[in-house]
Design a protein around this ligand. Structure first.
Ligand code: URA
Length: 259
């Protein structure tokens, strides 16, 4: 691109000099010279714009991750966490799963959904025809909810903790711009939409979060507690709706899982 712009510079300089100094001015009108100059500035602007757009997602997400890593808005969580758990996946993900908060394993590893519930989520993602690397996974809360006085177990995040932390998830969604969001469980829904309703009434239909289509389904840890095919089938039906919305091919085998 530099060579192209230099060539235009040289051409404009030469034509201008010839026009000013020669007894036989070249047939380049003032308009043509102006057009050449404009071509150069437009090309330059397009190159600058496209390089900004190309690296800004990665840069903006990296800056947000740094901000989250030092966040102390919830001092009790900042004091108890091993590390923040930002999110994982593809910058261009079409699909983003949203859980509630990191558990003990996630706090240790710094990645969401790596424990038992995470293994089940990874299976669901695989059954949909995606890999974990192709989509994006994040939580409403970026810190593990503390459990003072306890050596094991997790607790759900409070509405106040989620309201404080939601700004980070909102920015993640703004940067990644997935086509579809999936909220896992009533607590994630409460964090996102500030509503508390039974899952039976929320799941299986489209909602939206700031204009991005949002599917609500059961949290994988619910499926670990309720291993019946009826409950698995409900989650799978919700995922089929997601695949249809993303215009992904659905095989007969996929349609008939849990039938
Ligand atoms: N449950 C969640 O909601 N998020 C995790 O990251 C792990 C378990």
């Amino acid at each position: 691109m530099n060579a192209f712009n230099e060539a235009i510079d040289v051409t404009v300089r030469l034509l201008t000099r010839l026009q000013q100094e020669s007894d036989h001015p070249p047939r380049a009108s003032r308009g043509a010279l102006e057009h050449l100059r404009l071509t150069k500035s437009r090309t330059l602007a397009a190159v600058v714009d496209s390089s900004r757009a190309a690296d800004s997602k990665a840069e903006r997400l990296a800056r947000l991750r740094e901000q989250v890593a030092v966040c102390v808005l919830c001092p009790h969580l900042a004091a108890s966490r091993t590390q923040t758990v930002f999110g994982v996946g593809h910058l261009e993900a079409e699909l983003m799963f949203i859980g509630e908060a990191p558990g003990a394993e996630e706090d240790r590893e710094g990645e969401p959904f790596v424990g038992r519930a995470g293994q089940l989520l990874t299976k669901i993602i695989g059954a949909m025809g995606f890999s974990r690397e192709e989509i994006y996974i994040a939580n409403v809360l970026k810190c593990r909810p503390d459990t003072p006085g306890k050596t094991a177990g997790n607790r759900p995040p409070t509405p106040a903790e989620m309201a404080t932390c939601l700004r980070y998830l909102t920015k993640q969604i703004e940067i990644i711009q997935p086509r579809v969001l999936v909220a896992l469980g009533a607590t994630a829904v409460e964090g996102l939409l500030a509503i508390r309703e039974p899952m039976g009434r929320l799941r299986g239909r489209w909602h939206s979060y700031r204009e991005t289509p949002l599917m609500i389904t059961y949290h994988p840890s619910y499926l670990l507690r309720n291993q019946s095919n009826t409950e698995k089938r409900k989650v799978w039906e919700d995922m089929l709706l997601v695949l249809e919305r993303l215009e992904r091919p659905i095989s007969e085998k996929q349609r008939n899982y849990f039938r």
